[in-house]
Write a protein that binds this ligand. Structure first.
Ligand SMILES: *Cc1c(COP(=O)(O)O)cnc(C)c1O
Length: 394
């Protein structure tokens, strides 16, 4: 279908919540994707960190096709082999005690919010249901997840939010302790690197302080690793960089490598929070999505993760050398940077697309989340396009 027809269909029938960058993407392989005008792009966005194995990875594709021809769905009343194996692999690889499967990041966070409140009730009785999260965080768009999202711009027009959500500034342990001292808190949600917020990492010192405060007050530490997890930062979970074991970790994006799946990982302490009948979802633990995710976990072995770290170091150095680039921050294959005035990230994104490279934005910064399988030469190709685009601004 041609671009004009697609744009017309979109305008006529899709509710306009997204400002779309046409033309539409049609088909891809590896780190490259073609649009409806027949143009080819190197993709440094990977569908917002979703296509961790690139487009249409052979092994992943074979696994999901095989599973789709065997059993495409089984209710959670029965369960499924790919789901149980995925849960086992996640527990073995992360040290988690138990897993709940959802269908998206938002849903994983919703489950984590319910679990946290139930934990507060079980451990401390009523009145321990407050949830603290960071300003400028992003946890999703449904009411629980949006209430935890510390961005009034996203919440305005949709109030009221759920009660008892409060926000603290990044890096401020005193503000956090003040909230904990109120005695009504059950959980603290954080992203190790704020993704949508601009690719902004928390410091190891702050995180050490956070873990000891959570322990001291028996407050669950919930890590939203929906964007940072599954090898994105060069370790299976970003928590490994800091030597932290959160009580609850939420996953989604890269886990399915392109199919919708989310997961909540519980440690032993938090796993008491969800029992029979406490939570559910029809599509959760879908066997096709789980078969794909099993391939992702298998591929993300130590050697693969080391390679992501190596590529990340190269990318960081290359970004630092670019003209007019400010404030390069990130880890592994998750990077963000700003541009010196009067250049804008939005303009750079557009200019990169014109030159055959897809990049993402996060607030007023450029965000790079290339597929984890990207080669050294593809990385270099992308960086040289970014450089060309910046230089073209004059
Ligand atoms: C994308 C994202 C979410 C929301 O996930 P969805 O799958 O879009 O619902 C939540 N938290 C973080 C950190 C994310 O990056």
């Amino acid at each position: 279908m041609d671009t004009a027809t697609l744009a017309q269909l979109d305008e006529n029938h899709i509710i306009p919540t997204y400002g779309r960058f046409l033309p539409c993407l049609i088909e891809g392989k590896g780190c490259y994707v073609n649009d409806s005008d027949g143009r080819r792009y190197l993709d440094f966005g990977a569908g917002i960190g979703v296509n961790s194995l690139g487009y249409c990875d052979d092994e992943w594709q074979a696994a999901i096709c095989k599973q789709a021809g065997r059993l495409q769905h089984a209710s959670n009343l029965y369960g499924s082999e790919p789901g149980f194996l995925l849960a086992q692999a996640l527990c073995q690889r992360t040290g988690a005690h138990k897993v709940f499967f959802a269908n998206s990041g938002t849903e994983a966070n919703e489950g984590a919010i319910k679990a946290a409140r139930h934990y507060g009730l079980q451990k401390h009785g009523t009145g321990h249901d407050a949830i603290i999260s960071l300003q400028n965080s992003f946890h999703g768009r449904s009411y629980g997840a949006l209430s935890a999202t510390g961005q009034t711009a996203l919440q305005n027009n949709f109030g009221p939010m759920l009660p008892n959500f409060r926000y603290v500034p990044q890096g401020d342990l005193q503000a956090l302790e003040q909230e904990f001292a109120k005695g009504d808190v059950c959980a603290f949600f954080l992203e190790f690197i704020q993704g949508e917020g601009g690719v902004l990492p928390l410091t190891p010192q702050y995180l050490q302080g956070v873990t000891s405060l959570c322990e001291k007050h028996d407050i669950l530490l919930v890590a939203d690793e929906i964007q940072t997890g599954l090898g994105r930062t060069g370790t299976l979970l970003a928590s490994e960089h800091f030597g932290i074991s959160p009580d609850i970790t939420t996953l989604a994006k890269g886990l399915g490598a392109g199919l919708p799946i989310g997961a909540i990982l519980f440690n032993e302490k938090s796993s008491i929070a969800l029992g029979k009948g406490d939570h559910g979802t029809t599509f959760g633990m879908n066997p096709v999505a789980c078969a794909g995710a099993n391939v992702v976990l298998k591929r993300l072995d130590e050697a693969f993760l080391q390679d992501v770290q190596k590529k990340g170091i190269w990318l960081e150095n290359a970004l630092h050398k670019l003209p007019n680039v400010l404030d390069v921050k990130g880890k592994g294959l998750m990077w963000g940077f700003g541009l010196t005035e009067p250049h804008s990230a939005a303009k750079l994104r557009e200019s990169c697309q014109e030159r055959g490279l897809l990049v993402l934005l996060a607030k007023d910064r450029v965000r790079l989340l290339p597929p984890l399988i990207i080669s050294d030469s593809e990385l270099a190709e992308g960086v040289s396009i970014i450089k060309e685009a910046i230089v073209s601004f004059g």
